[in-house]
Design a protein around this ligand. Sequence first.
Ligand SMILES: Nc1nc2c(ncn2[C@@H]2O[C@H](COP(=O)(O)OP(=O)(O)OP(=O)(O)O)[C@@H](O)[C@H]2O)c(=O)[nH]1
Ligand SMILES: [Mg+2]
Length: 213
Amino acid sequence: MDSVVSDAARSVVYPFVEAEEDLKAWQTDRTRAPVATKIVVAGGFGVGKTTLVTTVSEITPLQTEALMTEASEEHDDLTATPAKTTTTVAMDFGRLTLDEDLVLYLFGTPGQERFWFMWDDLVRGAIGAVVLADTRRLKDCFPALDYFESCGVPYVVAVNHFDGSELFEPDDVREALTVPQHIPVMIMDARRRISAIETLLALVGHALDETEE
Ligand SMILES: Nc1nc2c(ncn2[C@@H]2O[C@H](COP(=O)(O)OP(=O)(O)OP(=O)(O)O)[C@@H](O)[C@H]2O)c(=O)[nH]1
Ligand SMILES: [Mg+2]
């Protein structure tokens, strides 16, 4: 399978590698088994988690979408996403080969509060998480930020920019959410593959930085 990683992107995935001659033999051995990494995509209700996993997955993603009915009207605010008809009730699952020896397994969390009890299981063994945010409902991502801060899993904040919503600078979002300086904050579009892959690369780079310490 062709690698989706450009030379520039490779420097994000392998940030410590300066030049080819500095590589150890095991690093250039392309016959070894790929490293499988688990990444979690979290965030508030309807922020675009399922969309992101579906956009980047090279396999048909596993989805657990259930039709939304009038029964959940009082709980699930659809003002920002009126076209939304389904919601994730367990998880999303997809796979992305970043390089011949680096495979990401993506797990999307359910967004609704009543399913948060599943997060501990979904997050077990993950190298990091993408916390998706929507600037029209920033407070919805606080539980995810708190969760990853408290359990020490590296995370990045990705604003999924919805058409028609005001476009903010990453620094404005960082300030509004009081995200520490060393944590990447980016603006992206969960419907665009390149944009979503850039977000995942930023997370992998950040997770490597964090585990290096
Ligand atoms: N305009 C726009 N719509 C988007 C974007 N991302 C997602 N959507 C739409 O927003 C809705 C919500 O997307 P989902 O991917 O289901 O959100 P989710 O976070 O998985 O939702 P839950 O699992 O129910 O919490 C869907 O109708 C998507 O088509 C985006 O970047 N721009
Ligand atoms: Mg979903």
